[in-house]
Design a protein around this ligand. Structure first.
Ligand code: HEM
Length: 370
């Protein structure tokens, strides 16, 4: 029996390939921002604790620099989460709306959790700026952010499990349940959590290039970034193996053998290897190296894009086996609207690049968190 609600009679307003490409681009940007946020927060908390325990001002300063930037990063996480949500709803609405309703209470709770964590970040940044301890609100924000990610992983794994929907609805029509019986859930969530460190490690390496930093602080940021990058990408590779191994029969093999997704599996492995190497180089380097930092950041983003694509493959292959083929939709492309959308998208990206450039050239404000 096909468990999916019947298809919307209104055709898609753009070709499936275009909607998927836009989804994958914007989701990669969301995922990279999530990495900066989560990885940045976990590292900031670790530096704050060890800075105090070891009486190491350089660590306390690094922690303050990180937490100071996280409210801004959170704005990127949220704003870059909205476009993939819209594209995913257009493409996979019959599956995604169903799973969202089944875990509805938790799904709606994301909004409150988000507000709470955002508040925690602001409070922490304010305390750090006044050289006061900020571990409490920072740790609370971390717990809330981890919970949000867990709810997202629940929804994204449940949307590809139509065989369990009816029983779940009968169990709790109020949506007070999670997809906890799914063996793919935990490894997948852990994979994404570990995946936040490579982006954060590369960001530390970039931060170390700032000219106003003392030599000791610059060296600490660059080396710590390298070590985090090298270790976390190895852990993430192990979790990737576990996540693919937990997929239902044939899903992993079909994704690996698919001509669209296979290159991204190889791309993920190649970028992971490169990141481990660049991490080791930065970790043992005597001073920050701009080339290594920039190349590591670009490679880390390509790695995130590869994750997005393989994740997309896992979803499409699993759904197809359950009777939902995302490519099998009626399309009535409205090219004038698509053209206008693309012009606005490019304009927005150019404006963001310009803003980042202006912010980069702005006069530095002295940061002192010790
Ligand atoms: C602190 C806040 C957030 C965190 C930590 C977070 C983290 C994540 C993670 C880990 C995933 C991947 C889940 C998986 O596939 O197993 C994900 C997916 C997603 N997130 Fe976020 N997220 C956050 C906020 C948001 C917000 C505010 C939005 C939208 C308004 C959003 C939109 C999405 C979408 C649309 C997906 C899935 C896209 C797809 O499957 O097509 N996220 N998020």
């Amino acid at each position: 029996m096909n468990n999916f609600p019947s298809v919307d009679q209104i055709p898609l307003p753009a070709p499936v390939w275009l909607l998927k490409a836009l989804h994958d681009l914007t989701f990669s940007l969301h995922l990279a921002s999530v990495g900066l946020l989560l990885g940045g927060l976990m590292l900031a908390l670790a530096f704050a604790v060890f800075g105090k325990l070891r009486q190491a001002p350089v660590m306390t300063q690094a922690a303050g620099m990180l937490i100071h930037r996280l409210p801004t990063v959170m704005a990127f996480v949220i704003n870059l989460g909205i476009p993939p949500l819209l594209f995913a709803q257009v493409l996979y609405g019959r599956a995604l709306y169903t799973s969202s309703v089944l875990i509805g209470t938790y799904w709606i709770a994301v909004i409150l959790l988000l507000m709470g964590s955002y508040y925690g970040l602001y409070v922490s940044a304010g305390l750090a700026a006044r050289q006061k301890p900020w571990f409490g609100p920072g740790f609370a924000a971390l717990l809330l952010i981890l919970t949000i990610a867990f709810i997202y992983s629940n929804n994204m794994t449940l949307m590809v499990r139509p065989q369990s929907w009816s029983a779940m609805y009968l169990h709790s029509p109020a949506g007070l349940q999670l997809n906890s019986s799914d063996p793919t859930l935990m490894p997948r969530w852990l994979f994404f959590m570990a995946g936040s460190f490579p982006a954060a490690g590369a960001a530390l390496m970039l931060l170390s290039l700032r000219s106003e930093l003392s030599d000791e602080l610059a060296r600490f940021l660059s080396r710590a970034g390298g070590v985090v990058l090298a270790i976390s990408i190895v852990i993430q590779a192990l979790l990737a193996q576990m996540t693919m191994g937990a997929q239902p029969q044939n899903v992993a093999a079909t994704v690996m053998g698919d001509s669209l997704y296979h290159p991204f599996v190889l791309g993920w492995l190649a970028t992971a290897l490169l990141l481990a190497l660049l991490g080791v180089l930065a970790g043992i380097g005597k001073r920050p190296n701009a080339l290594i930092a920039v190349v590591a950041s670009v490679v880390a983003f390509v790695n995130v894009v590869s994750t997005t694509m393989v994740r997309d493959g896992v979803r499409d292959v699993t759904l197809r086996a359950a009777g939902f083929d995302v490519w099998d939709r009626q399309v009535a492309a409205n090219w004038s609207v698509i053209g206008l959308f693309l012009v606005l998208l490019v304009t927005a990206l150019v404006v963001i690049a310009w803003l980042v450039n202006v912010a980069g050239k702005a006069k530095r404000v002295e940061e002192n968190y010790v």
